[in-house]
Design a protein around this ligand. Sequence first.
Ligand code: NAP
Length: 239
Amino acid sequence: MSQNVAIVTGASRGIGRAIAKSLANKDYIVIANYNKSEKEAVELKNEFNNIDIFKADVSKRDDVKSLVEYTLNKYGKIDVLVNNAGIDNEKLFQDITDEDWQNVINTNLYSVFCVTQEVVNNMIHNKSGCIINISSIYAIQGGPFAVAYTASKAGIDGITKSLAKELGPSNIRVNSIAPGCIDTDMNKYLSKEDLDNIKNETPLQKIGRPEDIAKCVNWLVEDEFTTGQVISINGGWSI
Ligand code: NAP
């Protein structure tokens, strides 16, 4: 049987990087997408024989087409797509500009539409596929100073549910993972007090690690009967 092939968007840092590593450890060929963090991406590639890297801004259709064409020309198929790339934008609602809004929606939500659309014909042809969208706890319960971000993530969960219905008959599973607070660059702006408050509101009393999300991805790629779900990995913060 030929090796499984996965694309992970935004794999240069944080959660995407941990997902790329854990799929590589499962013997997947991983195409780790990056945009700005070339140095980190090259380091990742140098760690694994089965990780390939590709620069693409996933909010741009031409870049996305290049990423998918590169993957299909070199590896012939795509078994798993992890739509992970994302940005945050912490602002008071009244201060969000049109440019902020479009930047967050294009990077977080349009990218999921665009990458999935470019990938899905190959999965339909193969009658097999697993698509995992990285959402957020904010899509479930909202969050302060994060209206654009929350809207983008709630949109992702909408894509997940509708696409799961549309693609189920083609044996393609589509799920979201909604992380709680995970220790990555995205949360660097949080003070120790902020982090302590989050821990206190979390039954498991801790901040998550990127590997906690990667473990759920590892499970979803193996699973055969889960689709259209939003899986909360947040230490119980959303209870
Ligand atoms: P991070 O450490 O800031 O990493 C973000 C990743 O996304 C980087 O690899 C970055 O690549 C990539 N990226 C951003 N814009 C991109 C673009 N236009 N094209 C391609 N790649 C792009 O953030 P993270 O915490 O790992 O977040 C990963 C995902 O988890 C995001 O979707 C985020 O919303 C979600 N999430 C995170 C948390 C959390 O607490 N950390 C909680 C809930 C959900 P470059 O640096 O190469 O540009």
